[in-house]
Design a protein around this ligand. Structure first.
Ligand code: PAF
Length: 280
C-alpha cells in the first residue's frame, strides 16, 4: 500500500499505472469502518487498482464546531487499510487541496441541493461538489464508490458528473449496518453508551414506517414518525421526509408507479445521524 500526501506525487504515480490499469476511487473523510471497507472491496473486485482518499473537507461543514469535533483517526485508518487490499491512499492537507482559498465553488444541481440536507446544512452540497470534482480531476478514476446512507449526496454526485461531463461512473452501494440495524457512520464513534443504545431507533422507525405505509397515507405516516420521536428522550428528530428516489421532492400521495424512500435526520446530543430506506 502506498500513501501519498502531495497531489503531484500521487498523479505521477497514477499516470504510470493508468496506461494499463483502471482506477476505482473511494473518497472518505476517514474514521474508517466496515462500511468503507465494503466499498473498497467492491472497488477491488471491479477495477485493477483502488485509491482511497482520507480528507475531512472543511467547505462541506456548515458549523465550525461540527468540523472541529469530526473524528480524525488517521493512524488507525492507515492500519485498517493495511489489513485489506488497498493500493493507494491519498491523505492531503487542507492547503494541498485549497491553497489559501478555503472556499466552495457554487453548483446548480437542478434543485436536488435544496431538498432535505440542503435545507438544514447551508452550503453543504457546494462543499461536497467542490471536493469530489477536485478529487476526480486529481485521481481520474474510471469508477467511484459512494454509500447510500448519504443517498442525497449520491444523487447529487451523479448529477455533478452528468452536468460537467466528468467521465466517471458513479456506483451507489447499499447501507452497511450494525447487527442492531444502526447505519454505520464515522460519527457513531462519538455516541455515548446511552446514545449508542438508542440510535437503532432510527432504523427501526423507518422499518415500521415502511410497514405502516402499506395501509396508511403519506401524511398519517409522517405524523406517526414525528410522534414516535417526540416520545424519545435521547433522539431529536430534525426531519422525516418521504421523497421521490430520483428528484428527492416530497411525495404527496402514494403511487404504485413512483419509487420513493423515507429519510430521517436526527440528533443524539450534538451528533447528527442520518438514515434512509426504500419504501416501495
Ligand atoms: O461522504 C463523505 O464522506 C464525504 O461527503 C465525501 C464524499 C468524502 C466528500 O468529502
Amino acid at each position: 500500500m502506498k500513501v501519498f500526501y502531495k497531489k503531484e506525487l500521487l498523479q505521477e504515480h497514477l499516470a504510470e499505472i493508468t496506461i494499463r490499469a483502471s482506477i476505482g476511487f473511494i473518497p472518505t473523510m476517514g474514521a474508517l469502518h466496515k462500511g468503507h471497507l465494503s466499498l473498497i472491496e467492491k472497488a477491488n473486485n471491479e477495477n485493477d487498482i483502488s485509491v482511497v482518499s482520507i480528507f475531512v473537507n472543511p467547505t462541506q461543514f456548515d458549523k465550525k464546531e461540527d468540523l472541529r469535533s469530526y473524528p480524525r483517526t488517521i493512524e488507525e485508518d492507515l492500519a485498517l487499510l493495511q489489513t485489506i487490499k488497498c493500493d493507494v491512499v491519498f491523505v492531503p492537507s487542507v492547503s494541498e487541496i485549497y491553497d489559501d482559498n478555503i472556499n466552495a465553488l457554487h453548483f446548480d444541481f437542478d434543485g436536488l441541493e435544496f431538498e432535505m440536507e440542503g435545507k438544514h446544512r447551508k452550503g453543504h452540497f457546494d462543499g461536497v461538489g467542490t471536493i469530489v470534482k477536485r478529487f476526480f480531476e486529481i485521481v481520474k478514476p474510471l469508477k467511484a464508490y459512494f454509500g447510500e446512507k448519504d443517498f442525497q449526496q449520491l444523487q447529487i454526485i451523479k448529477k455533478l458528473v452528468e452536468k460537467y461531463r466528468i467521465p466517471v461512473q458513479i456506483i451507489g452501494c447499499e447501507i452497511y449496518r450494525e447487527p442492531d440495524g444502526l447505519a454505520m457512520s464515522s460519527r457513531n464513534v462519538r455516541l455515548t453508551k446511552a446514545q449508542r443504545k438508542e440510535a437503532p431507533f432510527i432504523y427501526k422507525t423507518l422499518m415500521k414506517a415502511k410497514e405502516k405505509l402499506k395501509k396508511d397515507s403519506i401524511q398519517t405516516v409522517i405524523e406517526w414518525v414525528e410522534g414516535e420521536f417526540k416520545k424519545n428522550a435521547v433522539l431529536q428528530l430534525e426531519y422525516f421526509e418521504i421523497a421521490h428516489s430520483k428528484t428527492l421532492k416530497p411525495v404527496r400521495r402514494k403511487s404504485k408507479k413512483a419509487s420513493y424512500r423515507g429519510f430521517i435526520a436526527a440528533f443524539a446530543g450534538d451528533i447528527r445521524l442520518i438514515d434512509n430506506i426504500a419504501l416501495n
